[in-house]
Ligand binder design. Structure first.
Ligand SMILES: Nc1ncnc2c1ncn2[C@@H]1O[C@H](COP(=O)(O)OP(=O)(O)OP(=O)(O)O)[C@@H](O)[C@H]1O
Ligand SMILES: [Mg+2]
Length: 498
């Protein structure tokens, strides 16, 4: 799963700040401990020098007297002094009783005797962490070492307190940065989100819209301008393609009509032999198919140019269903498929010719995908809000992978058999016409008993005279249809796909 930039930016802020705080905290703690220890060393050194000088001049008595006055934190654990012989034995001691045993090792004693300043930290089993300073002393020709010790507990406590403050302060700073970083990232990315939302609304049906360019001439302004320039190019390309399709279809229409007329005339000659007749008939079928595709392309070009005009007159969907079915009655007979129209008269506002084309396209598909001996049912229905026509067949149903895009242009099953192969424009046209009527079209899966395509339009109240004519449900079969339905829509005009 992709993590949003906002989250990633905030996480990066946090990571960087955590590293900075840890580095800073470590530096502060180490420096603090160093400087406090140096401070202690100075006072231990001073005390050791004073004790050594007292011991040098007056011996044991002054040793104890001076020790009691100069030892840092006298009477506390770890605060002590001792005089060691060069061999490391304790000659005198004062303060914490632990000083009765030598507090530094032979190496430190030797170093102190050489005059090197000795300051070391040592963990004592009884007194804990100790800081020890040793200085040389000579009394009456006898050399020795004065050792002064103090507990490091106070320093540890101070460092610990600072560490605690750093942790608490650091956590607070991290929380603030998390909130602030999140807010900043949101604020910085909000224009990107606005551009994205706007760009998402621009679809192929209306490419004239452009994203709003932010006022600041920064990266986001650049992004918006680049996006708009790209949309300009896309729109130009789409318009050029639409013009090409419209022009080409227009140019093809007349020659195709002429070819069809000439083929019809040629087919009327009786002296044609069978082979020639078959060739001419198949050529005419191809020409008819091409003319139909060209008409479809022209209609879609009109839709794209916003020039698809539909009438909005009261129409009777039952009459339209009959007319649409009748247009394909011959094809149904040829395919051995029964074509049945059922339902009552239902009123809608629309363009009878266009709606007849919709029903015709649906019936055409249904017949093409129906096995011989099965039935295609055209049912007219009405609810309180809608009136519509359902065309159901007993074929294989629309393949799963096609169902989503079956109303898009040129969408058709890959493995269509020759009898079924079309240009893939029929249902796209049906949708455009339905939409132009403020209606809708959808597909219902009725497998294993085929598919049903439903077109629904806003309903209008039927005229009064219909009620008088109504005499229950009527059912017409393809043979009945070939004679024509009882009622014809008054405004039916010739449609391209006949
Ligand atoms: N009743 C149906 N049963 C099974 N598949 C169908 C049915 N109606 C449509 N289809 C599938 O949907 C595709 C698209 O149908 P559409 O009517 O748009 O195009 P077409 O029939 O292939 O070509 P055209 O209608 O332009 O001659 C068809 O190719 C077919 O695969
Ligand atoms: Mg079709």
């Amino acid at each position: 799963m992709s993590v949003p930039i906002r989250v990633r930016l905030t996480a990066w802020y946090l990571l960087v700040l955590t590293l900075v705080l840890v580095a800073l905290g470590t530096f502060v703690v180490v420096r603090l401990r160093e400087s406090l220890t140096a401070e202690l060393d100075r006072s231990l050194n001073l005390a050791a020098t004073q004790i050594a000088s007292g011991y040098r001049s007056e011996g044991a008595k002054d040793f104890h007297d001076v020790a009691r006055t100069v030892l840092p934190a006298p009477g506390t654990r770890g605060s002590s002094t001792q005089v060691l012989s060069p061999g490391g034995t304790v000659r005198l001691s004062d303060g914490d009783p632990m000083a009765r045993v030598a507090l530094v090792d032979a190496v430190a004693v030797r170093a102190a005797l050489r005059g090197t300043s000795v300051a070391q930290t040592r963990a004592h089993p009884a007194a804990g962490s100790l800081r020890l300073v040793a200085v040389p002393v000579t009394r009456r020709g006898r050399r020795g070492v004065v050792v002064v010790s103090a507990s490091l507990q106070t320093i540890d406590q101070s460092v610990h307190r600072v560490l605690k403050l750093l942790v608490v302060g650091g956590a607070g700073a991290l929380a603030l940065v998390a909130v602030g970083g999140w807010w900043l990232a949101r604020k910085a990315l909000a224009p990107v989100e606005r551009i994205t939302t706007h760009a998402e609304r621009i679809d192929a049906d209306d490419l004239s819209d452009r994203v709003t360019v932010p006022r600041a001439r920064d990266e986001l302004g650049h992004l918006a301008r680049t996006l708009n320039a790209m949309l300009d190019r896309v729109q130009e390309g789409v318009l050029a393609r639409e013009r090409l399709v419209a022009d080409a279809s227009h140019e093809l229409r007349a020659p195709l009509a002429a070819m069809r007329a000439e083929l019809d005339v040629s087919l009327r000659h009786d002296e044609l032999d069978d082979a020639a007749r078959r060739v001419l008939e198949s050529t005419r079928d191809e020409v008819v198919r091409m003319s139909r595709t060209v008409d479809d392309l022209l209609l879609l070009a009109r839709v794209d140019a916003g020039r698809l005009e539909v009438l909005h007159e009261p129409v009777d969907l039952l009459a339209i269903a009959h007319a649409g079915a009748r247009d394909h009655a011959a094809a149904a007979r040829e395919a051995g498929v029964a074509l049945v129209v059922t339902g009552d008269r239902a009123g809608a506002l629309g363009d009878a010719a266009r709606l007849r084309q919709v029903v015709g396209n649906l019936v055409d598909n249904a017949i093409r995908y129906s096995p011989p001996g099965s039935a295609v049912r055209v049912e007219v229905w009405a609810t309180s809000a809608e009136a519509g026509v359902t065309v159901a067949d007993e074929g294989p149903g629309v393949p799963e992978d096609l169902r989503e895009r079956v109303f898009e242009r040129f969408a058709r099953a890959e493995a269509a058999r020759p009898r079924q192969a079309g240009a893939g424009l029929g249902l796209a046209i049906c949708r455009e016409i339905a939409v132009a009527h403020a209606g809708r079209i959808w597909i219902e899966d009725r497998r294993p008993h085929g598919s049903a395509l439903v077109v629904a339009l806003p309903r209008v109240a039927p005229p009064d005279e219909w009620a008088e004519e109504r005499h229950g449900r009527r059912t017409l079969t393809s043979s009945a249809l070939s004679r024509g339905p009882r009622t014809e829509p008054s405004n039916t005009s010739p449609i391209p796909r006949t």
